[in-house]
Design a protein around this ligand. Structure first.
Ligand code: SF4
Length: 351
């Protein structure tokens, strides 16, 4: 049995089933989640006989790191291969005061956002709880001191709120077993309404980030074709309900695409939607994907867009591009290693 993904009580029960004392389960949880062990042989406070028994009956099953790319700013992108050959990506982002991880929740993604390399290559499958938490554990092992990440964002491949059971169990493991504060966890969604409601009911103090990308339906549906059944007003209503139930401010992610959604008119409309309730806008200047159909936003257009929001009293930040030289935006590493052949899109593997 794969012990990655079991919590302390699951491990206690598992050990008891095998005739061992429950506290052995707690020790193993400590080795996996706190000390970052990747093999039973590292678990020095277990007897040699128990380590051998575990090694025969159980496994610590980690995805294989098939490629590691390190950018000049220290951002490390891991391309991971699952047992069935599916590939996903995880990004380690070290900052002076924290260590962030961007995790994937699905192999591929069904949402088909037009500016996203993952979206353009389609959906493969949901990741299990073990496969999601393993990404954080692998990132922990990347550090010289096996530092536990302080912040986790579900902004890698996939739509987390279409894999709620496994994502929610992973959030519990991160919080309960690894000690990552809820307020340091961000779940990002393209706007899955029933998923937002399920998350709201948990009353967790994490951050919900909703990818808006356009303040009006026609353009939003063009950018995210799978969102056609959801209107911008549905999303705003779901976000306000989330705020009401959790007391947490919602973040709207807005990828700023040159000449597409960066006009002053769009900024004014976005400001109108956000005014007067606890939300925040995070502008993400378009990170060029070679061969993609969108252009980067011009600095003066971005400045004006931001200024309009700020003048309207909206809380705004702008994402600093990290690891651009390793293609650290959503879905890009896998795309660079796997040709996408799609009408009108240049295969990304040519880069
Ligand atoms: S941006 Fe996120 S939700 Fe959209 S296609 Fe890419 S991975 Fe999926």
């Amino acid at each position: 049995m794969n012990l990655i993904g079991l919590n302390t009580s699951g491990l206690e029960a598992h050990l008891k089933e095998h005739g061992e004392a429950a506290f052995r389960g707690r020790q193993i949880a400590d080795w996996i989640y706190k000390k970052g062990a990747a093999d039973f042989s590292e678990m020095k406070n277990l007897s040699g006989a128990l380590r051998e028994k575990l090694g025969t009956a159980d496994v610590l099953d980690f995805p294989r790191i098939s490629k590691r790319t390190v950018a000049g700013d220290g951002t490390t992108k891991l391309l991971l291969e699952m047992n069935d050959g599916e590939r996903i990506e995880t990004v380690r982002l070290p900052y002076p005061d924290r260590l962030s991880v961007c995790v994937s929740s699905q192999a591929g993604c069904a949402m088909a956002c037009q500016f996203c390399a993952t979206g353009l290559s389609g959906f493969r499958r949901n990741l299990s709880t073990a496969e999601i938490i393993a990404q954080i554990l692998l990132v922990k092992r990347e550090g010289a001191q096996k530092e536990t990440p302080t912040h986790v964002v579900f902004m890698g491949m996939g739509e987390p709120l279409l894999n709620t059971d496994n994502v929610f169990r992973t959030v519990e493991l991160m919080h309960d077993e690894m000690g990552i504060p809820m307020r340091h966890i961000t779940v990002s969604t393209v706007g899955i309404l029933n998923g937002i409601e399920k998350l709201a009911q948990k009353k967790w103090q994490l951050t919900l980030a909703v990818s808006l990308h356009a303040p009006e339906d026609a353009l939003r549906h063009e950018l995210i074709p799978t969102s056609r059944k959801t209107s911008v007003s549905d999303i705003i209503a779901a976000a306000k309900s989330y705020v009401g139930q959790t007391g947490r401010r919602v973040t709207f992610e807005y990828v700023v695409l040159g000449g597409v959604n960066d006009s002053p008119k769009m900024a004014r409309e976005l400001a109108r939607l956000c005014r007067g309730w606890p939300c925040h806008v995070n502008l993400i200047p378009w990170n060029d994907v070679p061969g993609a159909a969108f252009a980067g936003v011009k600095p003066e257009a971005l400045r004006e867009f931001r200024a309009i929001l700020e003048r309207a009293g909206i809380s705004v930040t702008q994402r600093v591009q990290r690891g651009a030289d390793v293609a650290a935006a959503c879905g890009q590493l896998r795309a660079l290693n796997e040709p996408i052949v799609r009408e009108g899109i240049i295969p990304l593997s040519v880069v």
